[in-house]
Design a protein around this ligand. Sequence first.
Ligand SMILES: [Zn+2]
Length: 194
Amino acid sequence: MERINRALMVIDVQNDFCEGGSLAVEGGVAVAQRITQHMRRNAHIYDLIVASKDHHIRPQGHFSKHPDFVTTWPVHCVAGTPGSEFHPTLDQSFIDMVVFKGEYDAAYSMFEGKTESGEALIQLLERREIEVIEICGIATDYCVLQSGISSLDYGFPTTVFLDLVAGVSPEDSADALEELQSRGANLDYALESQ
Ligand SMILES: [Zn+2]
């Protein structure tokens, strides 16, 4: 039987999006820890584990001193700052590739990201012959939602792990998951203990 090439996408598990960060999402640290647990148990089933970083230099209109937390945000994930680093509880040893997004504009979908060598995420996925995508990370109602929509739009069977995501707003996160499901995403739990 031919094996399916599977990728895990780990979205924006960065210090600024976890408790203690400038744009902390409740449950961010717990998600970072659970993603590590999932990778320790299951890294062998993935042909690629790719993690994204929100990586801002001068993101036009994305930051505000009076953010509305919908389209404008406190300063976060500025390239080269500790806030932009992966959370220390995320075990980076399992991550094969990192993609960076948002240098000069808001970028909510991981598919807007590029690797250090400038390869777009979709090219990386095609080069590695990825057929199936599983998604986890932060934030459910923004980058997880948009990355999931992109993945589905590219035609990948896509799973979002409910126990490995955290959102800004509980209501918007519920809506986001509902929208992903209505577009064809599979919603599942990664850790059996859930
Ligand atoms: Zn951002």
